[in-house]
Ligand binder design. Structure first.
Ligand code: B12
Ligand code: SF4
Length: 448
């Protein structure tokens, strides 16, 4: 079978993101199939039309990563663009159209209804290989977990336990684009998150239990990216340190295998061994992005975060002492947020020195989360509410605009306090710096 995998994600905020998911989807296909990746960051519609004509795919796999940008004050919604693309593809190709990806997995039925698809795969794309083989051999599709079609609702999906193989080819035409725009590729060291923060869809997307990639294998992939010219990599794990021992073993494997480029990732500010960040630093870690969310004792409890304000401060100082760049993400406006809890966070923030803060002032409600159940129980939404168009939790004590005003007032002229991801303005600066040869996420230039 001829398989075309499309990454339609052209969002440049905060920077263009290498479509790592499609490497795994490509890796799920047996060698008998021909596969090409079309990344719309490098292909315009004319080039895509020529590719469709020349390659004439039997199956098109569409990666749907972002539904929206989850920013209440500066919203972007991408589903209309996917709709237009699907119609455009239908007009030029007879191929079977299959969709998957993180965004798709959160709201599969809603997206399947809106887009004119043949199949959807909920969860991990490794199941795509099963679908392609079954279609080729005209086998029954009924035992492919997570498969959505017009004739059958999806079966419940357990996390994928089969082989996960990333097919990273340095000759793939799209990968040079990312090297030319910041030099960043990405890497996964495990799937799943074992924490249960009330608003978070990650355990639903990736699984509630960790599935660890052996550290030597992670390091070999990292080395492969480095040898292919990567100047930096971002670890895509929900929280790299949610399994402390595994993250340390991965760091040590980087050193053992000679991985020498800098890297970054998401970290939870939990209690960590004293020398944790020193070990990470010695293995090349440069940027720590803490999912801090709040500095209010009440709100951290309400969110069921696995840490308290004092743990945040300790982790922050440990990372600074190890010579790392540190940023904190805040998520405000959840159940119980009030003027008092906002002020508590904004006052406690002063104890975090030499950092950048990214503030998200509304929490999107996702299915399969405790926040969803709370919003139903509180009559803020009903079971029929369409969540494809972002719906943000409306807390009773304060609205998102008042939270944003408090942040802006307290921020004054500080450039290291950013509402949302910084929007187009920040992305334009990052693009210019990438063009001048700077690599990585670059938020360290804002640190104050
Ligand atoms: C790491 C990450 C980031 C990093 C990426 C860094 C980098 N260099 O890669 C940063 C911080 C930059 C980032 C930014 C953003 N992110 Co982000 N990010 C993630 C995260 C944690 C992991 C994504 C990832 O790479 N996973 C690893 C790969 C291997 O998995 P995958 O791509 O999902 O692919 C697998 C499956 O989905 C599937 N699959 C993928 N494609 C296809 C295609 C087919 C045909 C099939 C069958 C299957 C399939 O198979 C793959 C293997 O199993 C996810 C949450 C999560 N846990 O998934 C959010 C997530 C994807 N991000 C999200 C968002 C919204 C954003 C931003 C818009 C936020 C913002 N306002 O700035 C930006 C957009 C950036 C951009 N240009 O696209 C949302 C998307 C959902 C939504 N509401 O739309 C998610 C789901 C988080 C959330 N809020 O729930 N992100
Ligand atoms: S917010 Fe972070 S730590 Fe909490 S469940 Fe989600 S990924 Fe895990």
């Amino acid at each position: 079978m001829k398989v075309l995998l499309i990454s339609p994600n052209t969002l440049t905020i905060p920077y263009p993101v290498y479509p790592i998911g499609l490497d795994y989807v490509a890796g799920s296909l047996s060698a008998t199939h021909q596969v090409k990746i079309a990344d719309l960051n490098i292909l315009d519609r004319d080039a895509l039309a020529s590719l469709l004509l020349d390659f004439s795919p039997d199956i098109i796999g569409l990666s749907l990563r972002n539904v929206d940008n989850t920013e209440i004050g500066d919203p972007l919604f991408f589903i209309e663009e996917y709709k237009e693309l699907v119609a455009w593809l239908r007009a030029r190709s007879q191929a079977v159209l299959v969709c998957g990806g993180a965004g798709f997995t959160i709201l599969p039925h809603e997206i399947f209804t809106v887009l004119d698809l043949d199949y959807g795969i909920i969860g991990e794309g490794e199941r795509f290989g099963l679908l392609v083989d079954a279609l080729e051999n005209e086998h029954s599709l009924s035992d492919i977990p997570g498969l959505l079609s017009h004739s059958a609702p999806a079966q419940a999906t357990a996390p994928w336990t089969g082989k996960q193989q990333r097919q990273f080819t340095r000759t793939a035409s799209h990968y040079q684009f990312y090297l030319d725009h910041g030099g960043m590729l990405n890497l996964q060291s495990k799937r799943g998150c074992s924490f249960r923060c009330i608003y978070c869809p990650y355990p639903h997307i990736e699984g509630k239990k960790h599935r660890l990639v052996p550290p030597d294998e992670v390091a070999r992939t990292a080395l492969n990216l480095q040898q292919a010219g990567a100047k930096y990599f971002f670890i895509t794990d929900s929280a790299f340190n949610s399994d402390i021992a595994h993250s340390l073993a991965v760091a040590k494997a980087f050193q053992k295998h000679g991985v020498s480029i800098p890297w970054g990732g998401f970290f939870a500010p939990i209690k960590l061994p004293d020398d944790y960040f020193k070990t990470m630093h010695d293995a090349g870690l440069k940027h720590v992005e803490f999912g801090t969310e709040s500095l209010s004792v009440t709100m951290l409890q309400n969110y069921r975060k696995p840490f308290r304000p004092e743990d945040i401060l300790t982790a922050h100082n440990q990372a600074l002492d190890a010579g790392l760049h540190v940023a904190h993400y805040f998520l405000m406006g959840g159940p119980g947020e009030s003027e008092d809890t906002v002020n508590e966070t904004l006052t406690n923030i002063d104890s975090l020195k030499k950092t950048v803060h990214f503030f998200f002032t509304g929490i999107r409600i996702y299915p399969h989360t405790v926040l969803y159940d709370m919003a139903i129980a509180e009559n803020k939404i009903t079971a029929d509410t369409d969540l494809l168009q972002p719906v943000f939790y409306a807390c009773d004590g304060i609205n998102h605009q008042a939270i944003e005003n408090s942040i802006l007032q307290k921020a004054g002229k500080r450039i290291n306090w950013i509402v949302g991801s910084g929007g187009t303005a920040a992305a334009t600066t990052v693009t210019k710096m990438h063009q001048r040869g700077y690599t990585g996420p670059l938020w360290e230039y804002l640190i104050r």
